[in-house]
Design a protein around this ligand. Structure first.
Ligand code: ADP
Ligand code: ZN
Length: 431
C-alpha cells in the first residue's frame, strides 16, 4: 500500500476524518462560491447545521448543468491566482466542462494515483507507459504525475501511434500499461499480428479505464497481454482518474474516501439508498481547494459495497459502472452526447433534425456513423452539393467531438420516427 495510514484506516476513524473535512468543505463553499451560498440558503442550511456525517443528505445536489451555467470558472472556490492548472471534458453542447486545481490539488491527485499504481503492483523500478491522451483530458497527466510520485519511470507517450507504442514497450521494458481497455485490446491484436510476444515480456499489469468494459474483456486482455488487468475510475468534475481503483482482489474499485464521500441515490427521487443497492453514484469532494463540489451527480450507475476486502484496505468499493442515466456515449474514450451532434446539424442547416448515431466495434476499434436526413430540396440538388455538405458535417463533428465520424446522408423520412422519446443511438458494441 502506498499510504497504509489512510488506505487501511479503521472505519470509525475514517468517518470522523470525513466529517471534519466535510464541515470544512461546506464552510468553504458557503463563504467562497456564490452559487453554493445561494443554494444552501435556498435550502435553509448554514454550515453550522452539519453536525454529523449523516447530515450530508441535507446538502443540495450539483449537476452538470450547474457547471455549464457557471462556465468557465464560476464555481472555483479560490482566486484564479492560485489555480495552477485547468482541465476540461466535453460538455453536452458546444462548451466543455472546465475544472481547476491548486498546487495542493495536483499534489493530492498525484498521491491518489500513486496509490492506484501501487494497487497494480507498481513501485520504484517499474516502467509505466501512459498511453492515455495528454492535454485537456485528465487521463494522461493524471496518471503521469502519480506514477512519478510513486518513483516509477514514466513513458509519457500519450495515445495513438500503435507501432511506436509496441516498439517502446519492448525496448524500454514497460511493466505497467495505462490506457483505455479498448485501446489495450487493439495493442494486443497489433502485437499478435506483428509477431510481438507481449505475454512473455516484462508487462505485468494494466490500469484500464475512462470507458465501460466487462469481465469478458478483462479475460481477453489478461490472456492476450499476459497481465493482471485492473479497472480505474474517475471523472474530471471530481478530479480525473483515481477517484477509485481496483486492488489485486479484482472485486470492485476502492473509493478514495479520504478525498471523496460516495453515495448511491435513486436517480428518479434523489433519495439515498443503502449499500448494496443499484443506483446513481454521487460524490462530495472533501479535500479539494480549487473546485470542491457538493453531492455531484455523476449519472453513472453502480453499487457500493462495504464488505471487508482481503487486501486490507478499508475504503468502500464500487462495482464496475453498469450504465448511465443519460444518453452519454463513450467512443474511443471520448464522451459523446447526441445533443452535440444535434447542435452541429442545427448550425449548418440544410438537414432535417432527424439523425441517428450508429456505434460499432470492429476488432477493438469503435466506429461512429452519423446518419443524417437531408432536406427534400437538397436531395434533388446536384451531387456536388451533397458532397460538400457531407464534408462540412464531417469536419464540424470532428472539431466539436474530437473524434472522426463517418457521415451517411439519407433521404427524408428514412430514419424511423418514434412516438415519445426519439431513439438517437444504436449501439452495436458488445463489450
Ligand atoms: P475521464 O477523464 O475519466 O474519462 P471524463 O470526465 O471525460 O473523465 O469522463 C468521465 C466518465 O467516464 C465517467 O462519468 C464514466 O461514465 C466514464 N468512466 C470513467 N472511468 C470508467 C470506468 N473505469 N468504467 C466505466 N466508465 C468509466
Ligand atoms: Zn481491496
Amino acid at each position: 500500500m502506498f499510504n497504509p495510514e489512510m488506505e487501511a484506516m479503521p472505519r470509525e476513524q475514517l468517518r470522523q476524518l470525513q466529517f471534519e473535512r466535510l464541515k470544512k468543505t461546506v464552510e468553504g463553499v458557503y463563504n467562497n462560491v456564490p452559487f453554493y451560498t445561494e443554494k444552501l440558503r435556498e435550502k435553509g442550511i448554514e454550515p453550522g447545521d452539519i453536525k454529523s456525517l449523516d447530515d450530508l443528505k441535507l446538502l443540495p445536489f450539483t449537476v452538470k448543468q450547474d457547471l455549464r451555467d457557471n462556465y468557465p470558472f464560476g464555481l472555483f472556490a479560490i482566486p484564479m491566482d492560485d489555480v495552477v492548472r485547468v482541465h476540461a471534458s466535453s460538455g453536452t453542447t458546444g462548451k466543455p466542462t472546465v475544472v481547476g486545481y491548486t498546487q495542493n490539488d495536483i499534489d493530492g491527485w498525484a498521491e491518489l494515483i500513486a496509490r492506484c499504481v501501487a494497487m497494480a503492483g507498481g513501485g520504484k523500478g517499474d516502467v509505466v507507459q501512459v498511453a492515455y491522451g495528454y492535454g485537456l483530458f485528465t487521463g494522461g497527466l493524471g496518471l503521469h504525475y502519480g506514477a512519478e510520485r510513486l518513483g516509477a519511470t514514466v513513458i509519457p507517450i500519450s495515445g495513438g501511434n500503435t507501432k511506436r507504442q509496441l516498439m517502446l514497450m519492448q525496448d524500454f521494458g514497460t511493466s505497467i500499461l495505462c490506457c483505455t481497455p479498448s485501446y489495450a485490446l487493439f495493442l494486443a491484436e497489433e502485437a499478435r499480428e506483428n509477431g510481438i510476444d507481449l505475454v512473455n515480456s516484462k508487462l505485468k499489469a494494466g490500469i484500464f479505464g475512462a470507458e465501460p468494459w466487462s469481465e469478458n474483456m478483462r479475460k481477453e486482455l489478461e490472456k492476450g497481454l499476459g497481465i493482471k488487468a485492473l479497472n480505474i475510475y474517475g471523472l474530471s468534475e471530481i478530479m480525473g482518474p483515481g477517484v477509485s481503483m481496483e486492488c489485486e482482489c479484482q472485486c470492485g474499485m476502492h473509493i478514495m474516501e479520504d478525498y471523496f464521500i460516495p453515495e448511491i441515490i435513486d436517480p428518479e427521487t434523489g433519495e439515498p439508498l443503502p449499500y448494496g443497492s443499484k443506483g446513481e453514484l454521487v460524490f462530495t469532494t472533501i479535500s479539494k481547494e480549487a473546485f470542491p463540489l457538493l453531492r455531484y451527480r455523476t449519472r453513472d450507475i453502480s453499487v457500493l459495497r462495504e464488505e471487508k476486502c482481503e487486501c486490507g484496505r478499508t475504503f468502500v468499493r464500487m462495482e464496475r459502472v453498469m450504465g448511465r442515466t443519460d444518453d452519454m456515449l463513450i467512443i474511443r474514450g471520448v464522451n459523446v452526447f447526441p445533443s452535440q451532434i444535434e447542435s452541429v446539424l442545427l448550425d449548418i442547416g440544410d438537414t432535417e433534425p432527424h439523425y441517428l448515431l450508429v456505434v460499432d466495434r470492429q476488432g477493438s476499434l469503435d466506429n461512429l456513423e452519423v446518419w443524417v436526413e437531408v432536406s427534400e430540396k437538397m436531395f434533388s440538388d446536384e451531387i456536388r452539393k451533397l458532397e460538400e455538405l457531407e464534408k462540412k458535417l464531417r469536419h464540424e463533428i470532428a472539431s466539436i467531438l474530437g473524434i472522426s465520424a463517418r457521415i451517411k446522408l439519407v433521404e427524408p423520412k428514412t430514419i424511423p420516427r418514434s412516438e415519445g422519446k426519439a431513439k438517437r443511438v444504436v449501439d452495436k458494441r458488445e463489450l
